[in-house]
Ligand binder design. Structure first.
Ligand SMILES: Nc1ncnc2c1ncn2[C@@H]1O[C@H](COP(=O)(O)OP(=O)(O)OP(=O)(O)O)[C@@H](O)[C@H]1O
Ligand SMILES: [Mg+2]
Length: 338
């Protein structure tokens, strides 16, 4: 669907050259929600703006549905761009136009007949839940409502791709969730490919299928969210996940052994249906090992449940080893912490 090949972007000239992207290769499938996460200045906005050529890459190619956008003439590019909608952190609405006129804007640009505009805008207003606000101006709306207008406007030209540049960063957590849910609905309903960039792991975890981590202009890690989130390889990824988790802290994580028994702290990860099974208690029952829970989370990655427990096993060494082996055999992921 979207193919970025050896994409590089430099800003400025001569002595004051900034490399914002270097040799990015990325492939995004039709119908998926693809997240790109990175710190400030990592190159996220540059990357997403290169996808519709709002920013011209210095070198490399952008392919969308078999067309190399970097090779198209002005007219052809304009036609292709209509298939790519975009929403922004600060909404970028026309402040002197009503909600209705903001959404109608891209349709009028391509001289859509009046009745067709009316029908389409009404449908979009219903889709984003703003029917009652059609005659209001942006200044009379909340942040979440403004973003709904942004989404409706982006969908007006029936795009195949929706690019979201920090679309929820200016919103409170509750509003963020409602906008993410709307994006997920739209993705399912229209089989729309969504590319979103963010600096929040939570956003990725809520709705993305796959994720790429960008750092200093390069992709350092990418894959299905479940994989990247539960088995992060790169330090930057680990840091994002730690930030998300750290609210809990590692309760009582200490290395003191009790009596002459040995102890071992492990992180156990359950994914999918296994999250709800009593695998751990059955296993320790068999091996005669005791455990203390040091930290635990149960959550979902998109719609897949997962659980992560940090426990300290107490018992003799061989029994603990057997416990870990049995857990691995039953398809859990076990990482020994100390
Ligand atoms: N128009 C520009 N001219 C010069 N340098 C730029 C321009 N836009 C971005 N840069 C530089 O390119 C690098 C990447 O910027 P970019 O805006 O893509 O990062 P970002 O990941 O979107 O950051 P943020 O999370 O703060 O929005 C930064 O070093 C930035 O200073
Ligand atoms: Mg940015």
């Amino acid at each position: 669907m979207i193919e970025l090949k050896q994409l590089s972007k430099q800003y400025g000239k001569g002595g004051s050259l900034t490399t914002a992207l270097s040799n990015v290769d990325l492939s995004i499938d039709k119908g998926e929600i693809f997240g790109i996460i990175g710190h400030s200045g990592a190159g996220k906005s540059t990357l997403i703006r290169c996808i519709n050529l709002l920013e011209r890459p210095t070198s490399g190619e952008v392919w969308i549905q078999g067309k190399n956008l970097t090779r198209l003439g002005k007219q052809q590019l304009q036609t292709e761009r209509r298939k790519i909608g975009m929403i922004f952190q600060h909404f970028n609405l026309l402040s002197s136009a009503t909600v209705y006129d903001n959404i109608a804007f891209p349709l009028r640009l391509i001289k859509t007949p009046r009745a067709e505009v009316e029908r389409k805008v009404s449908d979009l207003l219903a889709l984003v839940g703003l029917e009652e606000h059609r005659d209001k101006y942006p200044a009379q709306l909340s942040g979440g409502q403004k973003q709904r207008v942004g989404i409706a406007r982006a969908l007006a030209s029936d795009p195949e791709v929706l690019l979201c540049d920090e679309a929820t960063s200016a919103l409170d957590p509750q509003t963020t969730d409602s906008i993410l849910r709307l994006l997920l609905d739209i993705n399912k309903k229209f089989h729309l490919t969504i590319v979103l960039i963010t600096h929040e792991m939570h956003v990725i975890q809520s709705i993305c299928d796959r994720v790429a981590v960008i750092h200093q202009g390069g992709i350092v890690e990418h894959g299905p969210v479940t994989e990247v989130f539960l088995k992060p390889q790169h330090e930057v990824t680990r840091e994002f996940i730690r930030q998300e988790r750290d609210s809990g802290g590692l309760l009582g994580l200490s290395t003191t052994n009790q009596g002459d028994e040995s102890a071992q702290a492990v992180q156990i990860t359950f994914l999918g249906q296994k999250t709800y099974e009593s695998i751990l208690s059955r296993t320790v029952h068999e091996t005669g090992v005791n455990f203390a829970i040091l930290q635990g989370t149960i959550s979902t990655i998109k719609e897949t449940p997962y659980g992560q427990l940090i426990v300290r096993f107490e018992g003799n060494e061989a029994a603990i080893e057997l416990t870990i082996r049995k857990l691995l055999d039953q398809g859990l992921d076990v990482e020994v912490l100390y």
